[in-house]
Design a protein around this ligand. Structure first.
Ligand code: ADP
Length: 507
């Protein structure tokens, strides 16, 4: 069965080329053979006819010699008739040296005179037997009848060559039939060979088409053990491998999808519980503030009113309670700030960092004045953030710089520079410094490097990290113990549209 390949017309198929090619080659070769054979046959027959006519004319001359000598016309007629019995002899003739016909196979011509120029010329020459005329249908020759070197007459003979021509026609016809047979046989052979070669090729082609349409499940039939068979087998192996790889890839994708879905579910659940936890922490710290304030206020009142009345020990205990309540208040306030920093309901707006720094410094006035700290800054930009949060960051970092100053008078400098579409802020101090191994851990909640001698909750830096991360920035510290620290953080740049709007509002 012929395999139909869509888009393949077969006009220049290998099969067609093979068939046409073999037929043409056969035709060409056989034609050359037939033409050559016929030409050789023709020249062979011509040579043979020439030899025969010369031999026969010589025989006629020799056998008629005695009768010419005695001038026996009847005898000569008998000899001529005897020669004429051979059907291939067209005519036989004997003449005297003047061209008078002594005897002729056509008796009516006996006694006539030869008059054609060629015959007369031949008779003048005294040479031996010679050819007079030759054509595909006849050959004629003449030979002198000689006695002791003297010519006494001439024998003339014409041979009919139509037999030769018939034979040549027969040879040509046979040659043409053989040519036809060879072409037909060659074509049949080419068709068979073409089918043997092209059928598996067509199967391969079909396989390749299927492959291009993503059908890897149908193998190409292997119909032979030759090179095409080897290619078909290799093709099938490649398709099988491809199919296996695709299956493996499918499984892997499905596996990944499942893992991704599980991760998404886990993330969503984590986000939910984080949110719940944040709400819980916020609610706790918010609601704890009120009773704690009551405890602190009334304990302070108790301490003031009943000072010395309850005894020294009671005064000391009341002092501890007030101190504890105050620390707890700080802790709760900081926790509240931390949980607020994680809430994502605050939209970013244009913030003037210079103004945020000013607010932070005014909040820190007590600490600044008591420590004699000098806080300076370069010009700070406007950025996309939340103003309360920016105040929080500056307040935490500058507050820490003053708090962890050591023996030196604090010197704090705030700068901002542009890097890759963001602002890089730096708060530099000349304080105690932080050991390298603690550079990361100090940004975690409740991570402190100092004891009670320096008050703090261990939440300030964690709050800063949270605010910065939520705005897409990063915070880190570069520090050397005994030299000072550089707290650095990045914040997104304000879009040109937002800056323009802010400028309009200000004007
Ligand atoms: P705290 O309320 O204790 O200051 P922070 O989260 O603000 O909490 O800081 C965490 C710890 O990092 C601090 O306890 C302190 O040991 C260290 N630290 C922070 N800032 C500085 C600084 N500028 N110089 C030296 N150490 C610092």
């Amino acid at each position: 069965m012929r395999v139909r390949i869509p888009g393949f017309t077969g006009a220049f198929s290998i099969r067609r080329q093979l068939i046409v090619g073999v037929a043409l080659v056969q035709l060409l070769l056989m034609s050359i053979l037939v033409i050559d054979l016929t030409a050789r046959q023709r020249s062979f027959l011509t040579e043979r006819a020439k030899e025969r006519v010369l031999f026969q004319v010589n025989a006629l001359a020799t056998s008629s010699l005695p009768l010419v000598i005695v001038d026996d016309v009847e005898g000569l007629t008998e000899i001529v008739d005897a020669f004429s019995r051979d059907r291939t002899i067209r005519y036989a003739m004997l003449t005297d040296t003047d061209g008078k016909v002594l005897s002729h196979s056509d008796h009516t011509k006996t006694g006539q005179q030869l008059e054609d120029a060629k015959s007369l010329e031949v008779m003048k020459s005294s040479s031996g037997p010679q050819l007079l005329f030759q054509s595909p249908s006849t050959v004629q020759a003449t030979a002198p009848i000689t006695v002791r070197g003297r010519i006494i007459g001439w024998a003339w003979l014409g041979i009919d060559r139509s037999g030769d021509q018939q034979y040549l026609d027969y040879v040509t016809r046979a040659g043409l039939i053989y040519t036809l047979c060879a072409v037909v046989l060659g074509t049949v052979f080419a068709i068979a060979l073409g089918n043997t070669i092209t059928r598996p090729l067509r199967s391969l082609l079909l396989g390749a088409k299927r492959l291009s349409r993503d059908r890897l499940d149908l193998p190409v039939p292997v119909t032979s053990n030759n090179e095409v068979g080897v290619v078909a087998r290799a093709f099938n192996t490649a398709m099988e491998r491809l199919s296996q790889q695709r299956e493996a890839l499918k499984n892997e994708i499905a596996e990944r999808k499942r893992a991704e879905e599980a991760l998404q579910r886990a993330n969503a659940s984590l986000a939910r519980s984080n949110q719940e936890l944040e709400q819980f922490a916020y609610a706790c710290s918010h609601d704890l503030q009120e009773p704690l304030r009551t405890v602190k206020n009334f304990t302070s009142l108790l301490g003031r009113r009943y000072k010395t009345k309850l005894g020294n020990e009671a005064d000391e205990f009341i002092g501890y309670i007030v101190d504890g309540a105050e620390r707890m208040e700080t802790l709760i306030r900081d926790l509240l700030a931390y949980s607020r920093a994680g809430r994502s309901d605050k939209e970013a707006a244009l913030v003037d960092c210079q103004r945020a720094l000013k607010t932070a410094l005014s909040n820190l006035r007590g600490a600044t004045e008591s420590s004699g700290a000098s806080v300076t800054s370069d010009e700070l930009p406007r950025i996309m953030a939340d103003d309360v949060e920016m105040v929080q960051i500056f307040q935490n970092l500058i507050g820490n710089a003053i708090k962890y100053r050591g023996e030196r008078t604090p010197n704090v400098h705030v700068t901002a520079s542009k890097i890759d579409g963001a602002w890089l802020f730096e708060v530099r101090d000349n304080g105690l410094g932080i050991p390298a191994q603690a550079h990361e851990q100090i940004f975690g909640v409740f991570k402190r490097l100092h004891g009670r001698e320096l008050p703090g909750s261990g939440i300030g830096l964690a709050t800063c990290a949270r605010i910065v991360a939520r705005r897409g920035g990063r915070i880190w510290v570069e520090s050397e113990v005994g030299v000072g620290s550089k707290f650095k953080f990045t914040m997104p740049e304000a879009s040109p549209a937002a800056s323009e709007q802010a400028a309009l509002v200000q004007s």
